[in-house]
Design a protein around this ligand. Sequence first.
Ligand SMILES: [Zn+2]
Length: 206
Amino acid sequence: MGSFAPANNTYIDIDYLKTLPREQLNSGYSELLKIALIDSKPLWTELLTFEYNDIVNKPDIIAEAVRLKDAIVQQDLYEENIRKKLNFGHTIGHAIESYSIMHGKNPLLHGDAVAIGMICETWISNKVCGLSDALTAEIIDKVVVSSGKYKLNVDKAELLRMMRNDKKNSGSRINFTLLADVGDARIDQTFSEELIFEALNYYFYL
Ligand SMILES: [Zn+2]
């Protein structure tokens, strides 16, 4: 509701998680992949060792993801600097989510849109931020296997307008959080809009 306060405690009910339908579990899992990608190579390496649906049997991993996110938020409550790392996948992801709510009969869940955003933004990270070819392939492969592949019928110009209107931007520049490495996110990255189109095309033909 627009007010900011750090949480005293975070409770995760594993039994409840086990009752969730596959698509909801999937959607939440995207955020777990994201926190590993931006902040923890050890967590990412661990996530590569099992399938996404096994996460309900890994409470320690969920707790670790919560701790990592909490540590970032505690350091930057008002999103002035390092909290922007959490926006990885969300610049393109939010626009796709909004677009699908406005245009689709079955709108994408948040995490599904973020998964698409992470794939596109990983591809861009490889082009502008020095993310290696091997890691780019590893990340995209893991996200696709975990989240599936969606038909992306979007008006790219409208999508770009939505990105420009995002609260994350300063002025007319679209700000991205990109990866230089797993666990090494770079905030406030800008580049040509042409590259955003190319990333969407990459996803389309994936
Ligand atoms: Zn999110």
